[in-house]
Design a protein around this ligand. Structure first.
Ligand code: PBG
Length: 334
């Protein structure tokens, strides 16, 4: 048989590690990573979250130590969540001056003023029913919730937050938070909107971490149906119009098509959130020796960048920072 010779020799560019490095299109950088932290009441608390090995509830004193450590890694931004002492129907600890997040923000800024502090704005961890808005008669009310979200955002900005990240999925929240921040003089504080947040089962471990599982029903009347794409584009467009400064897709792994579509259609910085369930699956498989954790994580995050993420929120951030320092510059070379 006469073998064909007129085919493309794509392997030429893969022959050596150095050539592969020259033609590599996507590079992971520690500056792209945002590390989530959970701050809790008490002192000396460093309590591992059962389903998220390596992730902790930290009291403010322990948070300070953690910030010292993070500041050595090259990570430039953290996303702060609170575990409140007190839950009530008005979610009052969410916007209390001495609330746990507000204390956490001030402590982080004292330890390292250069670290960018992004704060999650939501009510679900702060009320007994665990929903992201005010509940009356079994309904999650949209408009009355907006004022509390704006109040929460303002209190975070007053405590020194650099970026406000609302995750509640109420309609009109970006406009309400923008108006609230502006009225209080925080015109320069950007909003990182959880624009496209799906009603996902991948949040399970986080809800254990934040004690924020809904006590009744689910989040499907405000978070998005995983089956929908066009609706994601409408959500993002609405947020742009209302004044969002960043867009986000959450979860990340099974929504890479959505990340790509947002990247192609909008010019705002795009964030993907590699959520708790995605983290736990990798950790569990790695602990069983079924996958190579480092290679799998670097491949995953490279995939999220390739799909169009500018920034990635990930519980793997500290590990990745370490691997990148050790010179594992890409998933292929290690
Ligand atoms: C709060 C919030 C959630 C997450 C971030 N902010 C949980 C939820 O909406 O149920 C999920 C983060 C994760 O799973 O890592 N609304």
């Amino acid at each position: 048989m006469q073998l064909p010779t007129d085919f493309k020799r794509l392997r030429r560019l893969r022959r050596t590690a150095a050539i592969r490095s020259l033609v590599r299109e996507t590079e992971l950088n520690v500056r792209d990573l945002i590390y989530p932290l959970f701050v809790a009441h008490g002192t000396g608390v460093k309590e591992e979250i059962g389903s998220m090995p390596g992730v902790y509830h930290l009291s403010v004193d322990m948070l300070r130590r953690e910030i010292q450590e993070i500041s050595q890694t090259g990570i430039e931004a953290v996303l702060l969540f609170g575990v409140p002492a007190h839950k009530d129907d008005l979610s009052s600890e969410a916007y209390a001056q001495e609330g746990i997040v507000q204390q956490g923000i001030r402590a982080i800024k004292e330890e390292n003023p250069d670290l960018t502090v992004i704060t999650d704005v939501c009510l679900c961890a702060y009320n007994p029913h665990g929903h992201c808005g005010i509940v009356r008669g079994g309904q999650i009310l949209n408009d009355p919730t907006l004022e509390l979200l704006a109040k929460t955002a303002i209190s975070h900005a007053q405590a020194g937050a650099d970026i406000i990240a609302p995750s509640d999925m109420m309609d009109g929240r970006i406009a309400a938070i923008r108006a609230g921040l502006d009225q209080e003089g925080f015109v320069d504080i950007p909003i990182m909107s959880y624009s496209v947040k799906y009603a996902s089962s991948f949040y399970g471990p986080f809800r254990e971490a934040a004690h924020s599982a809904p006590a009744f029903g689910d989040r499907k009347t405000y978070q998005m149906d995983p089956a929908n794409t066009r609706e994601a584009l409408r959500e993002a467009a609405a947020d742009v119009e209302e004044g969002a400064d960043f867009l986000m897709v959450k979860p990340a792994m099974v929504y890479m098509d959505i990340i790509r579509q947002l990247r192609d259609r909008f010019d705002l910085p795009l964030v993907s959130y590699n959520v708790s369930g995605e983290y736990s699956m990798i950790k569990a498989a790695a602990q069983n020796g079924w996958i190579e954790e480092r290679q799998v994580v670097l491949e995953l995050l490279t995939g999220l960048k390739r799909a169009g993420s500018d920034l990635i929120i990930t519980y793997h951030a500290k590990d990745v920072a370490k691997w990148l320092r050790e010179g594992c510059l890409d998933a292929q070379r290690i």
